[in-house]
Design a protein around this ligand. Structure first.
Ligand code: GTP
Ligand code: MG
Ligand code: NA
Length: 347
């Protein structure tokens, strides 16, 4: 099966940024969930993953679909949520290394903060493309809301004073980004998406700007990243976390970036005391638009195509190192297993 632009996989998007800028709330707004309110102290402490199907993306882009003549060619977006608290930079690093594309969330009332800069540095060092969500626009003085409206339409109808506060805060952030050596521009003024990072104003509370950010993620995925997101049969898979789940035992949450994983497949991962070789007993996913890190009724699958967040049940997962690659040896090629055992340990 050859790679072709006619068959794309979902792109993997990592959401990063300083603590409390609204990363989880933004995902809650798109999912219509309340994950953030269930978090201890309102702080994300684990890496998360949810699947956003194409149908939901089209629906949430609303009037922009027709206005901008958008065809969604990706099956969806697989979005990874990360904590913004300074102590979790290992999780931000893990998220940023396995994504195709990232969203850096900035609080428009605060501008750039320490973990914003850390996130930008991580993404730039890996040459990962990203957009910036300029979140909490509803907090601008005098902001008048229409739920879920595209930002470009919302801005036009704001009172004069609100518009000028927006312009001055946005300019301030653009200046701070320039000080970091980063060329950026408000997305609707951006003429060169390769040279300039796009700033997308949003509100996770009112949903304003959500159509705009989804449009940008879809367009960047299927235009700029088309080579990267073409589906291929070869398995590319990374372990996010290993955890014990009541009734399931030790499980591995993985991101299958590409290829197909099947029940019964042999898998090879890096363990604390040598390579772990085991077989997939169960392939589980939460429902679309549900968060993998929230206890839920899992769907059982015989086989799953990437990109998808999957909970794997198998023996011997206890010693698996989070962040490790999860490799599948070719069947009937005995030496391949030995090569892979070395590969997973050398990463
Ligand atoms: P960490 O994961 O802990 O780094 O935080 P986060 O970036 O995920 O932020 P979170 O979603 O926890 O939101 C932090 C606080 O900001 C919560 O009280 C949210 O209700 C509030 N908040 C988030 N987005 C917005 C927004 O667009 N407007 C307003 N007014 N409040 C927001
Ligand atoms: Mg969060
Ligand atoms: Na928070």
């Amino acid at each position: 099966e050859a790679r072709t632009p006619d068959r794309l996989r979902s792109s993997i998007v990592c959401i990063m940024g300083h603590v409390d800028t609204g990363k989880t709330k933004l995902l809650d707004n798109i999912r219509r969930t309340n994950v953030q309110e269930g978090e201890a102290g309102g702080i994300t402490q684990q890496i998360g993953a949810s699947f956003f199907p194409a149908e939901t993306l089209r629906e949430r882009m609303g009037s922009l679909v027709e206005k901008k003549n958008i065809t969604v060619k990706v099956p969806g977006l697989m979005i990874i949520d990360t904590p913004g608290h300074e102590s979790f930079s290992n999780l931000r690093s893990r998220g940023s290394s396995l994504c195709d594309l990232a969203i850096v969330v900035v609080d428009i009332m605060h501008g750039l903060e320490p973990q914003t800069i850390e996130s930008l540095t991580m993404l730039r060092s890996k040459k990962t493309p990203f957009v910036i969500a300029l979140n909490k626009v509803d907090r601008l003085y005098g902001w008048s809301t229409v739920k879920d409206r595209p930002f470009i339409e919302s801005l036009e109808v704001q009172p004069e004073g609100t518009r000028s506060e927006f312009e001055s805060r946005a300019s301030q952030v653009l200046l701070q980004l320039a000080e970091q050596g980063l060329n950026a521009e408000l997305y609707y003024k951006n003429k060169d998406f390769k040279e300039y990072v796009s700033l997308i104003p949003t509100s996770a509370i009112t949903g304003e700007g959500v159509p705009d950010i989804l449009m940008m993620l879809v367009l960047l995925s299927q235009k700029m990243l088309v080579d990267r997101v073409m589906w291929c049969p070869e398995v590319q898979c990374t372990v996010l976390e290993v955890k014990v789940i009541e009734g399931l035992g030790t499980t591995a949450d993985v991101i299958l970036a590409n290829g197909t994983l099947k029940r019964g497949d042999q898998i090879v991962m890096c363990g604390f005391s040598g390579p772990v070789v085991t077989r997939v007993r169960e392939l589980l996913t939460p429902r679309p638009l549900r968060e993998m890190r929230v206890k839920t009724d899992y769907l059982h699958h015989e086989s799953i195509d990437g990109a998808m967040g999957i909970k794997i049940c198998a023996n011997n997962l206890e010693g698996v190192v989070a962040g490790s690659a999860c490799l599948v040896p070719y069947k009937d090629v005995p030496y391949d297993l030995e090569v892979l055992k070395e590969d997973v340990m050398s990463d």
